[in-house]
Design a protein. Structure first.
Lengths: 505, 676, 103
């Protein structure tokens, strides 16, 4: 079992948890957190290199690093692992954000328990991305959701209990739909007379060969599954946990949540809903296209008039994550590649945003942009970081947002009918609205005269804050400058064979 | 051509941006300034070498046996592959217009780099805060602009198009503690972003139907019967030609796809080139430091729209509609901007409106260019005017910078009578004015004359219109000139120096540009830059342009310009009541011009009242109260129901026992009934 | 007169009914406890009686009764302890008055 590299994505966080349990002081906690997150980054890079080497050697299997261990035989539940380009991209994203998040919560109160919950959450995230067994995936999904309640409820600010409760309940509501649809899929996972399975690849093959999930069932299960994951992906109208939740969450939690956890939604929509129920996805996409198309402009317009930095960013996340789901529903290689790129890009960029907002809030003790001004002069490092994050968000070439959005637009434009065209153009409009709210925020927050004389004595970022910020900025710039590497890594997943396998073009 | 020099041309400014941006704050101001200026100087020399090689080496890469200039892709690297055919490449395309723009950009940029060494410090030699940052941004801008003009495909152009927008944003907002600069930079970015939306959709439409981003493929389509000898990829070109031939072309929302695509792409050009109604950002952009205005908002970035249309000109030729739209938009903008420029007080604003008007000239020129008239004279004229305008407008802006630096104010009312104190500035400014007014033999005369000839060939109406605009141009420029340098000078307050000419770093660029403005008109453009690469003249010498003039048109435009200058002299040379009389004679017109025809107010109304007030706020309210409210409502309903039914769970065990007993008895009774 | 099974079951039934009646009607917690004990003892009697009459050779019913008695003792001790504590805190012995921990 331990010869499989992927298992270590779960093992390392679990060891970190054990480490935190025996930590005596904050210094040891930090050591464990930093060492663990560096190990995880290293492991992701290792897996990436191995993956590329295997692919280069001509291994064209759909998933690599496969492993199966049964842990509940009566229902055929296994711990099945395996990754393709998309999962690896997500694993790298998670590792970078966990790394940056560890530094961003350098001074948190009660660090030992905070990190324990944070790492438990990331265990769930990693587990979700490496698993290809529906049940185990779902289990890790829940593991990732629950700690959020405590992290926000205990370490949050503002109306934290309310927000924590709201976030958890809404996501649990989504999980309920999800569970139902997963069970539904399980009972149709194989043709009559064959053993049922939870394994995604097997189910996908069965669906393609024997149509074991009938069209009627697909119509029933697909919306539930999509909505279930869509709640986490902040799909309109199930997005309202996001502004409140983010606003009250502590920095690292916001980073991890917006950066990685929301990606679970998009990833699930693609990996489970689209992959296993292609016909329904094809036929019902229009409903969700409308919803996600609304998300994109709706979130952007809402962000224009917010005054709380975190609300602005949360609504901007609604808009950007809407773009992810929007692209997934376009169901073609280019758009799907764009969707995954957008996940990467949005993950890094929002994490950067939330990290910086947390750092600014830690200094000024307010997040209201009307009460701040001219911070660029006082906090040049944070200011420049914020401008870079903003530029990435509004899609400046050379940073990650641009490549993701352009890939999505080019992909979406491949549909020639009026409906898709109109929605593509509506989605394109978001680049203007994004510019409006980003520049409005940057202008009010960073530029202009210093509004509050108390702010004049603030000190700029300390080394751990710089490290956290620079890591994220470099990642954003790396994707923006060398997109072909990432796109080709992801694109292989959507090679034509696989499209044929799921029954589409 | 080896790709080394082109790579350095692009890489050097980028490296400078990174070096000055990341390490600048650790450098001395002087070091940063010298470093930035030197590297730009090197870039300029390399660009000259490239351009001279392109035009004069006679290499078969660049010119074929018949003397036709070719498009030559020096290098082209894959950057992002969307599909097999839709690939964004980063490359270097050398053809007449990109070679021309290389010269313009690097020259002006170098002048501005040099000039800023003096401009960006005060009279006591104290450096402006953020001096290094300023040079970093200038380098970023130069890099982006160079990348834009050498783009091999439309998406590369879009990428750099956005980057110049961003660097323009950063430079306009350079004085970021000044609220007006912040809002101006925001406005510039958002207005151009809105235009770029059109550009983007245009690209999407065009690339979807043609299956390519590459300019060499677009521009090789040509018009039937017109040989186009740009180097072409024949396979793709054939495909596009077939697609065009199989008209009616695919219909996209009620129009032909090509019309839509070209009009939308032109919208992008309208934004960057400040065509009405997307011009409102340019006057405000004058909040940036004056060297920036000279570089970005007069000479280079704002002509990107013209360049874009020129780049896709063979495609535009296929769509009469799009060209007509360009003509009309250009002509209206030219007239509007010239009117407004006549009454502005802020000298940079006057120059800004003059820029808008002059760029509109170029647009009109492109719009009326047809291959059948003098081998597409309009195209050549637009590029010619782009070149000369860059030189003399940069000159005028740098003069304005020198004045502002000396006086400390942007308004001519604070200047007056400076000709004795600042002789160099005076003479160079006068040369700039003569050039823009179109007085022989200064540069503007030749290019403007070519434009008017081209317009004359297409439509008499627009010819008269544009001639009137040319007259207005001469009038407002000389009005400005007299108001600054003549009139009675202000008394210098006690303890202040009288204004004087600036440091050599500032005057040298003025002199160089003034010399260029004097001689640039003699460059035989017709042999260098034409829409299809065919030279216009058999042989060239220094007087080719003079010889090629259409003297009937030239005489009229010269007469108009001289009349306008005389009028300006009468009205403004000395303080006299004529302007006030004019003003009271046409109060309504004066008001509208002074307030720029209330465009800004209209935009304010649209953005604040409609977008923010009627869309954003209601959506935010809807989100908080309806969507979020319904979620909270669900929680509330659940809680209410719980409260309602919790009475049953009284905790009173005796009640439970009663219920239990009743249940048992009922059950027993039912069982008994059933059994019996 | 022969002692049939009814001679045992009828008093046990009466005892049980008394218990039920008392449990439902009394508000005093001690009285309720006593009623509870009554019911329990009635059931114990039944166990023994049925064992004696139906399966004379076996002892399961007897054992069960012994267990029940032991449990009842423990339970009574616990209940009394709770009642005394409640009384100490609230000085009330009526079940309707002890509502502090409700909802």
């Amino acid at each position: 079992m331990f010869s499989n590299l992927l298992i270590y994505f779960v093992v390392i966080p679990l060891l970190m948890l054990a480490g935190f349990a025996i930590c005596k002081n904050i210094r040891q906690v930090r050591t464990v957190a930093v060492a663990g997150s560096i190990l995880l980054v290293g492991l992701s890079v290792w897996v990436l290199c191995d993956y590329l080497a295997l692919r280069a050697a001509g291994n064209m299997e759909e998933m690599l690093f496969r492993g199966d261990w049964t842990w509940f035989a009566p229902l055929n539940i296994k711990l099945s692992v395996g990754v393709d380009g998309v999962s690896i991209a997500m694993l790298i994203l998670s590792s970078i954000i966990v790394f940056a998040g560890s530094f961003a919560s350098w001074k948190i109160d009660d660090a030992r328990h905070f990190f324990m919950w944070l790492i438990l959450l990331s265990t769930g995230v990693y587990g979700f991305f490496i698993c290809i067994d529906l049940f185990t995936m779902f289990m890790f999904y829940e593991v990732a959701l629950i700690p959020m309640y405590l992290l926000i409820g205990v370490w949050g600010t503002g109306r934290k209990e309310y927000s924590a409760m709201k976030l958890t309940l809404m996501l649990m509501g989504g999980s309920a739909f999800l569970m139902l649809s997963l069970i539904g899929i399980y009972y149709h996972s194989a043709p009559e007379g064959q053993a049922l399975t939870w394994n995604i690849i097997d189910i996908a093959r069965n669906v393609e060969e024997t149509q074991c999930i009938s069209k009627g069932w697909q119509y029933f299960l697909f919306p539930m599954c999509f909505v279930g994951f869509g709640v986490l992906g902040a799909m309109f109208p199930f997005h309202t946990w996001s502004p409140d939740g983010h606003a009250c969450a502590p920095t690292a939690v916001s980073m991890l949540h917006a950066g990685v956890l929301m990606k679970l939604g998009g990833y699930g929509c693609f990996r489970v809903a689209m992959y296993l129920m292609p016909q329904a996805a094809n036929d019902l996409a229009w409903i969700f296209l409308i919803l996600t198309g609304i998300s994109v402009v709706y979130g952007a317009f809402s962000a224009c008039v917010q005054t709380d930095l975190k609300y602005i960013n949360a609504y901007s996340s609604v808009s950007h994550c809407g773009m992810v789901l929007f692209a997934i529903l376009m169901i073609n290689t280019t758009a799907l590649t764009g969707a995954i790129m957008q996940m990467l890009s949005h993950g890094l960029m929002t994490a950067l945003f939330f990290a910086l907002i947390g750092m600014i809030y830690g200094r000024t003790h307010t997040r209201d942009i009307r009460l701040m001004g001219g911070l660029m002069k006082i906090l040049p490092f944070l200011g420049v970081g914020y401008v870079i994050a903003g530029m990435a968000s509004l899609g400046l070439p050379g940073l990650s947002g641009f490549v993701a959005e352009m890939t999505i637009f080019v992909g979406s434009f491949e549909h020639t009918d009026m409906f898709h065209r109109v929605f593509t153009i509506v989605a394109c409009c978001s680049i203007v609205i994004t510019a409006v709210y980003i520049l409005r925020t940057v202008g009010k927050l960073l530029f202009g005269p210093v509004l509050d004389p108390h702010h004049a004595e603030l000190t700029d970022a300390s080394w751990w804050e710089r490290l956290s910020t620079i890591t994220l900025i470099l990642s954003v710039a790396a994707i923006g400058c060398f997109p072909n590497f990432f796109e080709s890594l992801i694109r292989f997943t959507f090679s034509p064979e696989i499209f044929r396998a799921i029954g589409l073009n | 051509m080896e790709p080394v020099i082109p790579i350095i041309i692009l890489a050097l400014p980028l490296t400078m941006f990174l070096v000055l941006g990341l390490l600048g704050h650790k450098m001395a101001h002087r070091t940063a300034g010298i470093l930035g200026t030197l590297s730009m100087g090197v870039t300029m020399v390399l660009a000259y070498i490239t351009t001279l090689t392109y035009f004069f080496s006679g290499s078969s890469e660049f010119i074929n046996e018949e003397g036709v200039r070719l498009q030559s892709v020096i290098f082209n690297w894959d950057w992002l592959a969307f599909t097999d055919s839709l690939v964004i490449r980063l490359g270097f395309l050398l053809d007449p217009i990109s070679a021309l723009l290389l010269v313009v950009i690097t020259t002006i940029s170098f002048m501005v780099h040099l000039y800023s060494n003096g401009y960006m410090r005060d009279h006591h030699g104290v450096w402006e805060t953020g001096f290094q940052r300023f040079y970093a941004f200038l380098s970023l801008f130069s890099f982006s602009m160079l990348g834009l003009v050498v783009a091999t495909n439309i998406f590369q152009m879009y990428i750099f198009w956005e980057l110049v927008g961003a660097s323009s944003y950063l430079l306009i907002g350079f004085y970021y503690t000044k609220p007006s600069a912040v809002s101006a930079s925001k406005k510039a970015f958002i207005v151009t972003r809105f235009a770029d939306l059109g550009f983007l959709i245009g690209i999407l439409v065009l690339s979807f139907y043609t299956g390519t981003f590459d300019f060499t493929n677009f521009t090789s389509t040509g018009v039937e019967g017109m040989a186009n000898v740009y180097q072409v990829d024949l396979t793709t070109a054939e495909g596009i030609r077939n697609w065009i031939a199989s008209s009616p072309a695919p219909v996209f929302m009620g129009g032909s796809v090509l019309t839509w695509a070209l009009v939308l792409i032109f919208m992008g050009g309208m934004g960057k080139s400040a065509m009405m109604p997307l011009h409102i950002w340019l006057p405000d952009a004058m909040e940036g430091p004056t060297p920036v205005s000279a570089l970005i908002h007069a000479a280079t970035m704002v002509v990107a729209g013209v360049f874009l249309v020129a780049r896709l000109f063979p495609l535009y030729l296929m769509e009469e509609v799009a060209l007509n739209i360009i003509t009309v938009v250009g002509a209206l903008t030219a007239f509007y901007a010239a009117m407004v420029a006549c009454v502005q007080v802020d000298i940079k604003r006057v120059l800004a409106f003059s820029t808008i008007s002059q760029i509109a000239f170029m647009m009109v020129s492109l719009g009326v260019a047809r291959p059948e008239f003098h081998h597409g004279l309009g195209y050549m004229a637009a590029m010619f005017h782009l070149f000369t305008h860059a030189m003399f407008k940069a000159l005028l802006f740098l003069c304005a910078g020198a004045l502002i630096h000396a006086i400390g104010s942007n308004d001519y009312t604070d200047m007056h009578g400076l000709r004795k104190h600042m002789p160099v500035t005076h003479v160079t400014f006068l040369i700039g004015c003569l050039a823009i007014a179109g007085i022989i033999p200064f540069a503007g005369f030749f290019s403007k004359d070519e434009i008017l000839t081209a317009v004359f060939g297409q439509s008499i109406f627009w010819y008269i219109w544009m001639s009137a605009v040319a007259g207005l141009t001469a009038f407002y420029m000389f009005r400005l000139y007299y108001l600054i340098f003549w009139w009675k000078e202000h008394k210098t307050p006690e303890g202040h120096h009288a204004p004087h000419d600036q440091l050599w770093t500032m005057t040298l660029p003025l002199v160089i540009l003034a010399v260029v403005s004097c001689v640039a008109g003699f460059v035989p453009f017709g042999n260098l830059v034409t829409w299809n690469g065919h030279p216009m003249f058999e042989s060239v010498n220094f007087f080719t342009n003079l010889g090629a003039l259409d003297w009937s048109v030239a005489a009229i435009s010269l007469a108009v310009a001289i009349l306008a200058i005389i009028l300006a002299t009468v009205m403004y040379k000395k303080e006299n009541p004529l302007p006030a009389k004019m003003r009271s004679a046409l109060p309504r017109l004066w008001d509208w011009c002074y307030h720029r025809f209330y465009w800004d107010e209209l935009y304010m109304f649209i953005t604040h009242k409609i977008i923010f007030g009627c869309i954003s706020r209601p959506i935010a309210w809807f989100d908080r109260h309806v969507i979020d409210g319904s979620m909270d409502g669900m929680a509330w309903v659940t809680q209410r129901i719980s409260f309602a039914i919790r009475g049953l769970q009284s905790g009173n065990i005796q009640l439970y026992v009663w219920i239990y007993l009743v249940g048992v008895i009922l059950l027993g009774a039912i069982t008994a009934v059933c059994l019996l | 007169m022969e002692l049939t099974i009814l001679w045992y079951l009828i008093p046990s039934l009466l005892m049980f009914c008394c218990g039920v009646y008392g449990f439902i009607t009394r508000k005093n917690m001690i009285a309720m406890l006593i009623s509870l004990e009554l019911m329990l003892n009635a059931v114990d009697i039944n166990f023994v009686v049925f064992n004696r009459f139906l399966f004379p050779g076996e002892l399961e019913g007897m054992f069960f009764t012994l267990f029940a008695i032991a449990l009842a003792a423990a339970e009574t001790a616990l209940a009394i302890a709770i009642i005394i504590n409640v009384f100490r805190v609230s000085e009330k012995i009526d079940v309707d008055d002890v509502t502090k921990m409700k909802f």
